[in-house]
Design a protein. Structure first.
Lengths: 341, 341
């Protein structure tokens, strides 16, 4: 590994994507990316007794599928990096308890997918493991009742509120070459501009994404136009607008090749999601589903995935704290020939 | 790095301890390890408005002191690995927000100190960083009201209950040689034998420690007698008794060189702590205080530190789940000559 500038790791050798899994709920299955999930569930509980257990099951499914697609067994995986939004990350614990794989719990809020992918890649590139898994999940119902109101209360949502996706994504990172690799990783610094509205997390997280993207461009000398796609997850419409505006003022134009997982997972015109999707599972399932499939068929070659997280708890906000944002970034590269070329 | 057996990483080169910090509360300051903390606080709130903010401040203090003792600046640290028991790990977030160091949130419950030390060491040994920090904390008051009862309720504690330490520990891991190093790391697998009593976490966690210690001895060929100290954290009296019993039945005798951070931090005869101490900050402060100081003066040369965590939440237990245990292990080695020799 080589350090570029202050904040970026160049992975030499790179870590390779050997398989991925992506599962989601009913609403996500009615959205524009429906065909790219491995499966969607019409039943919010997945047949379990609680939403928390349903979310855990989404993680189990995503990991098992990713390992199967990698043609590996659980015993071939040295470490699993997992986290979620629930208190004490219980979706990860209970979803992965029976796998028998050394477990390293991660907490990055909605940045967890990129944090885990970065960790898994650093372990592989540094020689600590041949195969690792990164996984995360979220569930609309378990998140709403923990962070906002009981669903039965029927609380009114504000226009800036995002819809927590019911979804999970998992990826196997490996030292064995494959068409898709992670080339660089930029782990983020905490950024807090004082936003304290739990219904406007896009605004709270956008400055963190600005910081990490700027760090990456500065460290590597790459420019936004070097990428087929610059993808945040999950700023939604409000946060993405802020991000593009701040980046443009700083001289980085994202107008041509930018998108956000929270804007991609739902059809805003037909689905009542206000400012778009959010939750660890949103970017997790979009990246491990749609993005990986586009990269595998050569439709995307260089993707900069900067996941964003709001490191907040209801207790902290009740005590007058502001929302701390963070953004972790990985550069995904595909060598697959374009099938359409 | 070299993989030994199925679960252990031999760090080549090792990662070195360059500085550590250890802070605690009033009760810990009245215990047998009082002289080994960098400071103790008589005021449970540390002058802050809430116990959560007090706990965050303990992390700030521990990290700042560790970096100072390492004769480094914040900008010399590439990554900080931090976690705690509070929902969404807010002690770590708010305690470390202003440092400007790339932040990687960890969730290992009371195993967080070893998980973070292991992570920090793998990053250093693998060439991803020159200097990293691992830190964790806990606070009796913030933990009680989150996991059990409001303090004002005055709930009766059971004989198997452990006392969450008000404390924090931080360590700087570095590529620059120093007397104390981490030689091997064994990250643990989740272990669940069905214990569901949140007031008997020692019993829930002991099987995980058995598993990780057994993995380590099997992978490396080391025997318990190769170590000056085998240290769990924090099984307390109940869990430690179980651990010794199970290990003995499996042919590993820990009778001569075993201790537990939860048994060391308080004087059970004089202090009303029932089954001993617990909480991320218990093993964090014992290892980053007492143990590091003993190793620096050559009184201990080889310490096997196996921290244990109960990956539980009140919600999971209310839904009928059992408590999942995990244990992560690091082998600390000191080259310091024995001052008394």
């Amino acid at each position: 590994m080589e350090r570029l500038g202050n904040y970026t790791l160049k992975l030499n050798p790179p870590a390779y994507v050997r398989g991925s899994g992506s599962f989601a709920g009913k609403k996500e299955g009615e959205g524009p990316l429906a065909d790219y999930f491995d499966a969607t569930h019409d039943d919010t509980t997945l047949g379990e007794e609680s939403w928390e257990k349903a979310e855990a099951k989404l993680q189990t499914e995503a990991v098992k599928t990713a390992i199967q697609k990698a043609h590996l067994k659980n015993t071939d995986i040295q470490y699993i990096f997992a986290g979620d939004l629930l208190n004490q990350c219980i979706s990860s614990t209970y979803g992965l308890r029976d796998l028998g794989i050394p477990f390293l719990g991660q907490y990055g809020a909605c940045s967890t997918m990129a944090q885990g992918m970065g960790m898994a890649s650093v372990f592989v590139s540094g020689g600590a493991a041949e195969n690792t898994v990164a996984v995360t999940s979220s569930h609309f119902c378990s998140a709403e009742r923990q962070f906002r109101f009981p669903l039965e209360y029927g609380g009114q949502r504000t226009p800036t509120a995002q819809w927590t996706a019911t979804a999970a994504g998992a990826v196997v990172m490996s030292s064995r070459p494959s068409p898709i690799s992670i080339q660089e990783v930029t782990f983020g610094r905490m950024t807090d501009l004082g936003v304290s509205d739990a219904n406007n997390m896009g605004a709270a997280m956008a400055p963190a994404a600005v910081r990490t993207l700027t760090d990456y461009f500065t460290d590597t000398g790459h420019m936004p136009q070097d990428f087929d796609l610059i993808l945040t997850g999950d700023l939604g419409y409000v946060g993405s607008t802020l991000l593009r505006k701040i980046m443009k003022e700083a001289g980085w134009d994202l107008d041509n090749n930018y998108n956000d997982c929270g804007m991609m997972i739902y059809d805003r015109k037909k689905q009542d999601v206000h400012a778009g999707g959010s939750g660890c599972g949103c970017s997790g399932s979009v990246v491990c589903g749609y993005i990986m499939k586009q990269m595998l068929k050569g439709a995307l070659h260089d993707v900069l995935f900067a996941a964003t997280g709001a490191l907040m708890s209801p207790t902290a906000l009740q005590q007058g704290e502001s929302i701390v944002g963070i953004s972790h970034l990985v550069h995904l590269h595909s060598d697959a020939p374009n099938e359409l070329a």
